[in-house]
Design a protein around this ligand. Structure first.
Ligand code: ARG
Length: 468
């Protein structure tokens, strides 16, 4: 049995217009969610006596068959049916006959597609929060494995003060932790069911939207039917979340690219996460890190797409909103691909601690501490700053570091500075003098690492528990 032609139209659609408006090419991935939503809907209709229990059973079994046929590839959707929803209904009609026509009672594709997206996003959130956790864990390992390595910390990309490599890593863990908190606080707004809104105003049938919500494991239903079909905030929030996450990953990507240059030479990427040049035999390109930075472009772009699509739309549903899907799916796919690779890259990169050690001894990054020591003797900070500035200028001219100077040299160039202080300007002493819990003082950084490990373990446990 085939779908009857809509009697409002004398002629069929223009071919090009049809493929222009169809969403099948990208919404087919919603099929399992569409079927789950429809099964909950018919079960509710049966329960409420809108259709008989037997009809509900037949339709639900038919839907199951559609799903299985689609998964095994037997059922091939047709573009003439526009989208995933119409394709499912068309195939259902072929399988169970006219009773299939009762599936769409008391529902519109407007609330149907919104439910599909909510169901889909629930799974995305569950999957991607785990992927994010894996990445955090890989970065924490990096911090732990190189717990005592010291590197220059930069401001203005000029060597500023020595810091622990682990401190730098834990700064990223802190950013990702906020990303995790954001996705966790967003999740409750995803598990709200729009079904029952119909096209816009609700439906005269005695449906029970809460029952549908319960059956799909959602926490509740929308308060307002117009909002239910017009709302895409939950998708905008996802895209905003992903964009902020990509800002963090892009900054990390940029640092990894810099650090793996010959000029910095702070890290070596594992072979598995490096690529060669087709032309230059000596090259090891940090492609994964570059693309971690580059993929931010498409993610931000997709956020802009949906913000722009939504901003001028009168209530309630418009076909414009069909544009939500490619934007969201592209970001979902990007993160699904990127997060595991980023974790692998972070897990396997090696830190060139010898090179870092040499670097921190040769960059005058202890200068602030020297000024601070003079302040400890009662000198005003501005004066100390000036004096150390002069000393560094002289050292630079003479090709010396703090630790190279002789007592005679110091007595001549900076008589206010006792020679005994020079040994305290080793990077390891400098970091040890940092005393705030947030600082790069080694014991505090180790505490940060331990706290992060505890937090990650707690989340793993939370995610492993069946939700409800
Ligand atoms: N393909 C549509 C979308 O993605 C489904 C909803 C269509 N609703 C309608 N009234 N034409 O938004």
């Amino acid at each position: 049995m085939a779908v009857a032609r809509n009697p409002r139209f004398q002629s069929g659609p223009d071919q090009k217009a049809q493929s222009f408006t169809a969403s099948l090419t990208f919404d087919w991935r919603l099929l399992p969610y569409d079927i789950a939503g429809s099964q909950a809907h018919v079960a509710m209709l049966g329960h409420q006596g809108v259709i008989t229990g037997e009809e509900a059973e037949i339709i639900s079994r038919g839907l199951q068959q559609v799903l299985e046929e689609a998964q095994s590839g037997v059922f091939e959707p047709r573009l003439e049916h526009e989208d995933v929803h119409m394709n499912v209904e068309a195939r259902l009609l072929e399988i169970i006959g006219p009773v299939a026509g009762k599936l769409h009672t008391g529902r519109s594709r407007n609330d149907q597609v919104a439910l599909d997206m909510h169901l889909y996003m629930r799974e995305v959130a569950q999957r991607q929060q785990l992927l994010l956790l894996d990445l955090m864990e890989a970065i924490v390992h990096q911090a732990e494995d190189n717990g005592d390595v010291i590197m220059p910390g930069y401001t203005h990309l000029q060597a500023a003060q020595p810091i622990l490599w682990a401190h730098h890593m834990m700064a990223y863990v802190a950013m990702l932790r906020r990303d995790m908190e954001r996705i966790l606080t967003w999740a409750p707004r995803v598990v709200i069911s729009p079904l029952g809104a119909g096209a816009i105003s609700g439906t005269p049938y005695p449906t029970d939207p809460n029952l549908v919500a319960q059956m799909v494991g959602f926490a509740g239903v929308y308060q307002n039917s117009m909002d239910a079909v017009a709302d895409r905030d939950f998708l905008l929030e996802y895209l905003s979340w992903a964009s902020i996450l990509m800002v963090h990953l892009s900054r990390l990507g940029e640092e990894l690219v810099l650090w793996s240059t010959q000029e910095f030479g702070f890290i070596t990427m594992a072979d598995a996460y490096s690529t060669g040049s087709s032309l230059m035999p000596q090259k090891r390109n940090p492609d994964v890190a570059e693309l971690m930075r580059g993929k931010s472009g498409r993610v931000f772009g997709n956020l802009m797409t949906l913000l722009t699509v939504m901003k001028g739309l009168p209530l309630a549903y418009h076909s414009d909103m069909q544009e939500d899907k490619e934007a969201v799916f592209d970001v979902v796919d990007t993160l699904d691909a990127l997060l595991p690779v980023a974790a692998g890259m972070m897990d396997t990169l090696s830190v060139r601690s010898d090179r870092l050690k040499q670097r921190v001894g040769h960059d005058y990054t202890a200068a602030t501490d020297l000024a601070d020591m003079l302040v400890g003797q009662g000198m005003p900070f501005r004066e100390a700053h000036h004096l150390v500035g002069l000393l560094v200028t002289r050292l630079e001219q003479d090709g010396l570091q703090f630790t190279d100077v002789t007592p005679e040299y110091l007595a001549q160039v900076a008589p206010a500075v006792p020679f005994a202080w020079m040994s305290q300007l080793e990077a390891s002493s400098v970091v040890r003098r940092r005393r705030q819990p947030m600082s790069t003082g080694p014991e505090f950084v180790h505490t940060q690492v331990d706290a992060a490990k505890g937090w990650i373990a707690q989340l793993r446990q939370l995610f492993a528990e069946p939700n409800e």
